[in-house]
Design a protein around this ligand. Sequence first.
Ligand code: GLV
Length: 369
Amino acid sequence: MTRKFRVFATCDIGQDALDLLRQRGYEVEVYPKPEAPPKQLILDKVRSGIDGLITTLRDPIDAEIFEAGKGTLKVVAQDAVGFDNINRADANRYKIPFTHTADVLTEATAEFAFFIMGAVARRMWASERLVREHEWGYWHPYLPFLGDEITGKTIAIIGTGRIGLAMIKKCTGFDMNILCYDPAYQNNDYVSAIQKVMDVRHANGVQQERTWIRYVEFEHALGEADFVSVHVPLIREGESQTPTYHLFNERTFRLMKPTAYLVNTSRGPVVDEIALVKAVREHWIAGAALDVFEKEPLPATSPLLDTDIADRVRLFSHFASAGRITRLSTDPNKGMAGRCVQGLIDVLEGNYGGDPSKMPYVVNKEAFR
Ligand code: GLV
């Protein structure tokens, strides 16, 4: 029988996963609204002595929260892979482990990135709009517009962590050439394996052209690619040697081809949106597909919503991991909800000998070594 732990969840991460905690005797309170709770409410809950806090990417978790939980709060379990909302240095100072849900959303996010790339390049929204608005007047070889194919083109993958690598795998199936860039780490084994797959496909007549994959410098990737897909974490100035805040800005958009498209499923602030709107409006680039924004939800006043660029800009609601199994499965190897509660259980119930540095879903292992 486990001790009765008290947990507050800032969001309903899925009934089945929460029930899993309740079945173990946990007392679980869930913020009932779909919007993020006010920070003051999180502070009050933490101050009331909860053992575990379940968070999402909308909740700012910083020194104030950790101070409120001093001596009582044992774990923060984030229902997301990204954790730029959690101040890692503060968590380490207070020696509070926090967990995330890497791996289980990798394929869902990469396939979504691929699909929105297709949506913008093949003008799927514009085509559907014609039909819905009764403006589809004829079949014609090129009127009223054409899109750009993806098959056989060159893509730049910016960030070759888990999701970037999964995107590479999907692009390989579409006979794409692949330029890789990562500011922090290079997975040369994976790149060699993909080149072998490409060679086998070519040698056996599965694809006509021989395609290639290689690591290059950032500027080189931007200058050669027909598509640029962003898969880096958000790292602000001063947080590391390789910040990614506004990695895409006026200077870097000018390096891209006027026929190239940007795809962003990582974090909004990696892209300077004012610069992006200018780049699309002035045809420095062909278009963009975005699932993430500098401010979410996207404000009604955002210039990204301007109707004169609507045909070339696809906008989505931070939806890339929003597949049923990916979001809700209680299996920690399949679902974010399952992995989130397992991370919480590992810490509270002292799995892995009670050593957070050995727990697979703990992010800030360095604080416990
Ligand atoms: C989604 O953006 C996540 O980080 O899980």
